[in-house]
Write a new protein. Structure first.
Length: 134
């Protein structure tokens, strides 16, 4: 099937420390911590085709300890993404590119006096293009 397969696996830990500010009279803290799991697979296929696939899972926890900060207080987000990119060499300089992806993000924020407010959204992407190497 493939003459070569490259595999990349990784775990990242990210910290974002932002200065607190006041919005509509409420102290806001957008600082967060991310734990990211990542897997990528790259295939060199017969007939001048390449295929890159990936999966990513991100767990984000916000640091706000202000209960009135309804957007960030005790909020945790979970986001996963799946991607696939294919390329076909048309000539030495021209490549046809096709891409597809899906992403799902769910957020569990805590609203003062009402409890949990779960929000979820999805994003789908399809793309096609031609690339010329100068």
């Amino acid at each position: 099937l493939s003459s070569r397969i490259d595999v990349e696996l990784g775990i990242e830990y990210r910290i974002a420390d932002t200065p607190s500010g006041t919005e509509f009279g409420v102290e806001i803290d957008r600082s967060f911590r991310d734990l990211v799991y990542n897997a990528e697979f790259q295939f060199n296929l017969p007939g001048k085709w390449t295929l890159d696939t990936g999966a990513k899972l991100t767990q984000r926890d916000y640091d706000s300890d202000v209960a009135a900060d309804a957007t960030h207080y005790r909020r945790g987000d979970t986001k996963w993404a799946l991607t696939a990119d294919a390329g076909h060499a048309l000539s030495k300089d021209w490549t046809l590119n096709l891409a597809a992806g899906v992403e799902r993000n769910s957020s569990d924020r805590q609203i003062l006096g009402t409890g949990s407010d779960e929000v979820e959204y999805r994003n789908f992407e399809l793309a096609a293009g031609v690339e010329y190497r100068f």
